[in-house]
Design a protein around this ligand. Structure first.
Ligand code: MCF
Ligand code: FE
Length: 404
């Protein structure tokens, strides 16, 4: 049994002073350090001291580990250019990202305070690395393929990967499903997959780029040439709205949604889906900026993800939050900073329906401690200053076990 205290505690909602956490595998109590010390005199007492903040471990709900070898292979600035570079370099990149490469990505996330991540997997190659990871992992088995003749084979392959991950399920490894996108998965394949869901998390890339919108709405634009050349396909498989209809009844995580229009946002809100915002990926792939300020006037909740190293320079959510602060320049700085910290903790846990993300009794003891060189005078500035000045954590616990 351990008691940990610091100058500040962020419980997933608000910043509190003079608090300590009693924990084993789970959080047993949150109270003043004096009360806990008196009541549990046998517990190990850890005082992280001034300038430190105890927080729930971060949740990165969207990452692709298989492209971890990418540095300069892929081209940025325009979605089509990026996609063509992925097609050209995909095999080489996937081939060169083996166990050591996955471990580097997992370790980078761990050092930065990510205690849970959602890994989108195309082939299941990173399954073993994810099972060995200290973090909680939501393993999104991805289905992709638009050709009707291939549906049965694609489904069989998907099912085999899904079942393999189902067999490995435990408290820290959660099998899940990813439908790549409305433009890349045949509706029959989508239907077959959705019939198979057993209450598992579901995610999809959705309305990421202007070219996706043009193709789905007008059967035109650069995707037209792409689909004709590569897949002999002349029309989109579905509209964005039809795609959302398929997902009715499931609470899905929709990644990007930069180009979703008002009607689609209404459908997303009514269905209770959550949007995963990946600001650096969107910028690098020429997808523009998600209008967070507009999203905040709907009832849609949004999370923050790094996406993979195929469209980012790090898998660090502090880096991602810093970029979000700079990118959403119209929003109030202090309140956006606090929102971002909620989004990577309590809001992500809520969307994934996991007992983490809040420092409260009964939750898994997934806890991080971060330290600033000095503490700002006003506590209103604390979330902002934490985001501006943190890259890695001082200490980290997952299910009460210390990993950093
Ligand atoms: O989120 C980004 C951009 N949008 C779509 N897909 C991916 C992203 N990063 C990696 N991908 C993967 C996707 O999972 O790229 C592959 C798929 O397996 C090829 S299709 C773009
Ligand atoms: Fe992605």
């Amino acid at each position: 049994m351990k008691i940990i205290t610091a100058e500040w505690l962020f419980d997933g909602e608000k910043f509190l002073k003079n608090k300590a956490v009693l924990f084993e595998e789970k959080i047993l109590a949150v109270d003043t350090p004096d009360t806990l010390k008196k009541r549990y005199s046998n517990a190990e007492f850890i005082d992280m001291g001034q300038n430190s903040t105890i927080m729930p471990g971060f949740i990165n709900p969207h990452v692709h580990l298989e492209f971890g070898a990418n540095k300069t292979h892929l081209s940025y600035g325009n979605f089509m250019t990026w996609l063509n570079s992925v097609i050209q370099k995909r095999d080489e990149l996937i081939e060169s990202c083996k166990a050591g490469c996955y471990k580097r990505e997992i370790d980078e996330m761990l050092a930065s305070g990510i205690t849970t991540f959602g890994a989108v997997s195309s082939y299941g190659k990173e399954l073993r690395a994810c099972l060995a990871a200290p973090q909680r992992v939501i393993f999104f088995n991805e289905a992709i393929g638009s050709q009707p003749a291939a549906v049965d084979a694609l489904y069989a392959d998907f099912l085999q990967r899904l079942n393999q991950s189902r067999e490995a399920a435990n408290d820290k490894f959660i099998p899940a499903i990813a439908i790549h996108s409305p433009y890349s998965v045949h509706p029959i394949l989508i239907k077959k997959i959705l019939q198979n869901i057993e209450n598992e998390p579901l995610s999809a890339h959705f309305m990421e780029s202007p070219v996706e919108k043009e193709w789905l709405e007008k059967a035109d634009g650069p995707f037209k040439e792409f689909f004709e050349n590569f897949l002999n396909q002349t029309k989109p498989l579905t509209t964005a709205k039809e795609f959302l209809k398929h997902l009715d009844g499931y609470k899905a995580l929709l990644t990007h949604a930069v180009w979703a229009d008002k009607d689609e946002l209404n459908l997303i809100a009514d269905a209770g889906h959550t949007i995963i915002h990946c600001p650096r990926s969107n910028r690098l792939l020429g997808c523009g900026r998600l209008r967070l300020e507009k999203l905040n006037s709907t009832k849609i909740s949004w999370l923050l993800g790094t996406d993979g190293l195929s469209s980012n320079t790090s898998l660090n959510l502090w880096d991602e939050m810093r970029s979000a602060l700079m990118m959403h320049y119209e929003m109030d700085l202090e309140s956006l900073a606090l929102d971002l910290l909620k989004v990577v903790t309590s809001k992500a846990a809520n969307a994934l329906n996991l007992p983490i993300g809040e420092i409260k009794e009964g939750n898994w003891a997934d806890i991080i401690i971060v330290t600033l060189p000095d503490i700002p005078e006003s506590s209103e500035q604390l979330p902002l200053q934490l985001i501006l000045h943190t890259t890695n954590v001082k200490q980290l616990y997952i299910s009460g076990e210390k990993y950093a």
